[in-house]
Design a protein around this ligand. Structure first.
Ligand SMILES: [Zn+2]
Ligand SMILES: [Zn+2]
Length: 458
């Protein structure tokens, strides 16, 4: 295995041992299931024995087949229905795609893709667009789509290695998750790759943002090409790397967000060069968590310099400025009706929110919601974030203040929180700040994955 040199990725001249893998072809789900799918072909595509395009097409499902209509001609093929470009430069456009579905930055965009378009029918006679594309070309778009592609090179290189490792680890057999619901917990759920049965990955924030050719930028493409085939490994396996926008000062354990034990090579670290772990979660002891979340420790992602953030974040993410420490205020009526709408639990007015288990970043894994008519216990972190917001709370690392009590029921509750996202693995803002301050790719990877080794996989 070739280890990563200190600067850039130039390799020495010694003969290299056989590499363990080959570049895979991915199947990425790029549209939601719908009764029909409209798309535009820029160029000619092969469908079965026919060639179609350029122009608008409509596809629909006749399970188990799909049919595509172009220029008054309907093509039906045996499964799978593939539209293969006759030239590499051919592209297809999906109009008005929901980007960031379910998140506060959700909007619609026309997205342009290269590679093969697979029209996938579902048993409900709906159709899904799937893009068949090589991992490296997929990454060129992901790295352009996830953060500002004009960000410092070392950050984009580190991001490419992390995104490549994650995607490769998703292609293996699903993790064996054996984590029964703890006694007394009412809602116990997490959301991981098990959600995709029909394709490998989706194109939105649930997996990694993959917006096709639409935002591809040469600076990001170069970072992917310089790290081609490089992954993070723990022993013989590719690390199931994760990343989120802002850890809040300490990265979170895998198991706080998802089921089962943490995979090898990913742990919790403080997002600073010299800051020992400032607190440790102990049962329901809240003092340490409260001091941490309400404080402003000198960590990498505690950045306020807007010029650094402008270099790292995409314009659509820049509107969120309170990612390191944030607060949300609820009236009693609003919070109680939100919880009732989402759970139908009938617990009445909300007396308080009590964390029963936190991870090392302060993220709550199990939350007890005390109501006037009952108690609801919820896990894990994403369920808590969804339950307490019309969309998602920025994170589950929060402490609560309540005021204006009447018969033990507060009229107002304020959540004061830390970080943005699940907090597991690489902190994107922290990594971007490290690079902006001169850190190299290797130092960034060592910060967030100190137990892993970078090397070539193919
Ligand atoms: Zn997904
Ligand atoms: Zn961080």
């Amino acid at each position: 295995m070739t280890t990563m040199p200190g600067k850039g990725f130039s390799r020495d001249s010694r003969p290299e041992p056989a590499l363990p893998g080959v570049e895979p072809l991915l199947r990425v789900g790029i549209s939601q299931p719908a009764a029909s799918l409209r798309f535009f072909l820029s160029g000619r595509y092969q469908v079965g024995d026919s060639t179609i395009g350029p122009g608008w097409c409509t596809a629909h499902a006749e399970y188990p087949h799909a049919a595509v209509l172009w220029d008054y001609t309907e093509c039906r093929t045996a499964q799978p229905t593939l539209l293969a470009p006759l030239r590499p430069a051919c592209s297809f456009t999906l109009p008005c795609v929901d980007v960031g579905a379910g998140f506060h930055w959700c909007h619609r965009e026309d997205l342009v893709y290269t590679g093969t378009l697979e029209l996938l029918p579902t048993q409900r006679n709906e159709i899904i667009a799937v893009n068949r594309i090589g991992l490296e070309e997929y990454l060129e778009s992901v790295i352009s789509s996830e953060m500002n592609p004009e960000a410092p090179s070392a950050f984009l290189e580190a991001h490419a290695v992390v995104a490549r490792s994650w995607a490769l680890s998703q292609l293996g057999p699903p993790r064996q998750v054996d984590e029964p619901r703890p006694a007394g917990i009412d809602i116990w759920e997490w959301f991981d790759r098990g959600n995709h049965e029909l394709f490998d990955l989706c194109a939105d924030d649930h997996c990694q943002r993959y917006h096709g050719q639409t935002r591809k930028v040469s600076h990001a493409v170069d970072a992917v090409r310089r790290t081609r085939g490089t992954v993070l490994r723990a022993g013989d396996a590719v690390v199931d790397t994760r990343f989120s926008k802002c850890c809040g000062g300490i990265t979170e354990l895998f198991t706080t967000a998802w089921g089962g034990p943490s995979p090898a090579g990913i742990s919790s670290v403080v997002d600073a060069a010299c800051l020992a772990s400032p607190w440790s979660p102990r049962g329901t002891e809240e003092t340490g968590a409260s001091e941490w979340i309400l404080g402003r420790p000198p960590v990498e992602c505690a950045v306020e310099d807007s010029s650094i953030l402008a270099r790292i974040l995409l314009p659509m993410d820049r509107s969120t400025t309170d990612f390191f420490r944030w607060s949300e205020e609820y009236s009693q009526e609003r919070l109680a009706s939100l919880i009732e709408e989402k759970t139908c639990a009938g617990i009445g007015h909300i007396r308080g929110l009590l964390p029963l288990r936190r991870g090392p970043s302060g993220r709550i894994e199990i939350l007890e919601i005390r109501g006037t008519k009952g108690v609801l216990r919820v896990g894990k972190e994403l369920s808590i974030r969804r339950l307490l917001s019309p969309t998602h709370l920025k994170s589950s690392a929060f402490v609560t203040a309540d005021e204006d009590h009447s018969n033990g029921v507060p009229r107002k509750l304020r959540l004061m929180g830390a970080g943005w996202g699940h907090g597991v693995g690489m902190c994107q803002i922290g990594a971007g700040v490290m690079a902006a301050r001169g850190a190299e790719c290797r130092a960034i990877l060592n910060r967030y994955f100190p137990e892993a080794t970078a090397g070539l996989w193919y």
